[in-house]
Design a protein around this ligand. Structure first.
Ligand code: SAM
Length: 214
């Protein structure tokens, strides 16, 4: 998802109270930043923020951090906060490869990946957010009992994501190839922007939920 480069978006981000500037300085101290010890959930590749904003509004006893690499996209998440400010949601403009420089060991309670970019060329496989390389980063920054939840309509990416698991610390507790047809899994499901678009087009949505192997 790359919107037109919206002029001035970098300035808006630099001045926004909803965006954490220089997030590395909070490594190991995110509870201080939020002002409470509540669990912290991270969406990697948040896009315009609909999913995380809804989740944060519904769950005030949790904290949420949305990570997005493009300023023009992050701007949309900032605008949602301007319309409805939430104290338990922080936004970061950063490249997800830097996750372990920004979050300390075990600092996150869970990770959400929604409609991650497919990076279809083999030589770019390590850039895919559900790759074994990224799963190792999530392992480092998440607490005991953490879950990773991944949704996509891209079957090739989903199959790749499942193939990565034996090379990782994670196992799948839930796998579905048609989330919207599963009444139980749909309970409490929060739709992302892409999920709305692709499910409306008739694409089945795949989802897994991972927990750590012993
Ligand atoms: N999660 C949203 C949804 O489901 O509607 C957005 C999906 S969009 C296809 C993927 C988003 O992830 C884009 O906005 C992209 O810029 C962001 N993204 C992809 N790779 C990233 C990375 N390595 N670090 C940070 N953001 C990333």
């Amino acid at each position: 998802m790359r919107l037109r480069n919206i002029s001035g978006s970098r300035d808006v981000i630099a001045e926004s109270p909803y965006v954490v500037q220089e997030p590395q300085q909070y490594r190991g101290r995110w509870a201080e930043l939020f002002g409470n010890p509540n669990p912290i959930f991270i969406e990697v590749g948040m896009g315009k923020g609909q999913f995380l904003h809804t989740l944060a509004a519904r769950n005030p006893a949790n904290n949420y951090v949305g990570i997005e690499k493009y300023s023009s996209v992050l701007l949309r998440a900032i605008q949602k906060m301007e319309t409805e400010e939430l104290p338990n949601l922080k936004l970061l403009r950063m490249e997800a490869e830097e996750l372990t420089a920004v979050f300390g060991k075990g600092e996150a309670a869970g990770i959400y990946l929604n409609f991650s970019d497919p990076w279809p060329k083999d030589r770019h496989a390590k850039r895919r957010l559900p790759s074994a390389e990224f799963l190792a980063r999530y392992d480092e920054i998440t607490a005991e009992g953490a879950k990773i939840e991944f949704k996509t309509d891209n079957r090739a990416l989903f199959d790749f994501a499942l193939e990565q698991l034996p090379r990782s610390a994670w196992k799948a507790d839930v796998i579905t190839y048609d989330l919207h047809a599963d009444e139980t899994l749909m309970q409490g499901n929060v739709m992302t922007e892409y999920e709305e678009k692709f499910s409306a087009a008739g694409n089945p949505i795949c989802k897994y939920v991972l927990t750590r192997r012993l």
